[in-house]
Design a protein around this ligand. Structure first.
Ligand SMILES: Nc1ncnc2c1ncn2[C@@H]1O[C@H](COP(=O)(O)OP(=O)(O)OP(=O)(O)O)[C@@H](O)[C@H]1O
Ligand SMILES: [Mg+2]
Length: 302
């Protein structure tokens, strides 16, 4: 790790990334650079492949095609041992927080330190206190996950993700299922940590308030590709284009604008109506047009 990228230089490089599950192409030639020290928000419709993309970045899913370089290592080519070495340098906060239920918060945060370092137990204790303090949970260190709220679980998960002083943090829907105030607190925590610790963050979120609070840059995924990558201000401008100017936007821009505003009418809904509806109709119609002998027999009997 001697030749770390400087702030502003790429720390993750994704090239022509493709992921196919069975007959379904989820990612279809995704290209993206994530630069050191930035918070990149990943957006896109439900099922478009955001979580899959995160899993590929952390080496849990191999790409079908394409390459991922993270901290100078080709994640897609590493064996388990190599992956574990790189994994020490990033933290992950998944939707549930994924804490071990039978362990206290302090024990949960200590675990990565015990597994990945040779630190003395007293030093680990100090590290754990620092990490719990960072997320505002030091006085709850001895509680079990079942004894704390959903927001606190998220924060505890974050403390654990921070245990090894990661260079990169991955978040999947960090504020899902939280009330608006707790959600805003988590956002603030992400912003503070990024500033205090200089980490690079990749955040998948559906919450637009959250996205616009934490992002330096944003990427909109659509049909397996990056439809638009831009600064928060560029996306904010698109979000605020008035009705009278929609006609000046490209189809892609209109689609992004609809997504950012959460509006019920626009290219996203039009596309759904055109494709899925027609496919649905054809599928439903198929047995009626060519009934199987069994169906025919039942019909005649009825
Ligand atoms: N292990 C897997 N095996 C087969 N298909 C999968 C697997 N993981 C994900 N998929 C499929 O890939 C597509 C993308 O899933 P993914 O979870 O990445 O979406 P997402 O963008 O995170 O959605 P959401 O916003 O709802 O969380 C889905 O159609 C899903 O069914
Ligand atoms: Mg997801």
């Amino acid at each position: 790790m001697s030749d770390l990228p400087k702030p502003g230089e790429p720390i993750i490089e994704v090239r022509d990334l493709k992921k196919v599950f069975g007959t379904q192409t989820v990612l279809d030639g995704l290209n993206l650079d994530i630069v050191r020290g930035e918070t990149l928000v990943v957006m896109g419709g439900s099922g478009c492949g955001k979580s899959t993309f995160l899993r590929m970045l952390i080496g849990s899913f191999p790409p079908t095609e394409g390459t991922i370089s993270l901290l100078g290592s080709r994640i897609d080519q590493l064996d388990e041992e190599g992956l574990n070495e790189v994994r020490k340098h990033f933290g992950i906060l998944f939707q549930s927080g994924a804490l071990f239920q039978s362990m206290t918060l302090a024990q949960n945060v200590a675990l990565p330190l015990e597994e990945h370092t040779d630190l003395d137990p007293t030093i680990i204790d100090i590290q754990v206190k620092i990490k719990l303090e960072l997320v505002g949970l030091r006085e709850h260190a001895d509680k079990l996950p079942a004894q704390i709220s959903g927001g606190m679980k998220k924060r505890a998960g974050l403390a654990r993700a921070l245990a090894l002083d990661p260079l990169i943090l991955f978040y999947d829907e960090p504020s899902a299922g939280l009330d608006p105030v707790t959600s805003a607190e988590i956002d603030q925590l992400i912003v503070d940590l990024t500033k205090k610790l200089g980490v690079t963050s990749v955040v998948v979120t559906h919450e637009m308030d959250s996205a616009f609070t934490i992002a330096d840059r944003m990427v909109m995924l659509d049909k397996g590709r990056a439809l638009r990558i831009g600064t928060r201000d560029e996306f904010d401008e698109l979000r605020h284009v008035g009705e009278d100017r929609i006609a000046d936007l490209t189809e892609d821009e209109q689609l992004i604008r609809q997504f950012l505003r959460g509006e019920p009418v626009g290219p996203i809904t039009r596309r759904r109506e055109e494709t899925n509806y027609a496919e649905d109709l054809l599928q439903t119609a198929a047995p009626i047009i060519t009934p199987s002998p069994a169906v025919e027999a039942t019909r005649r009997r009825g």
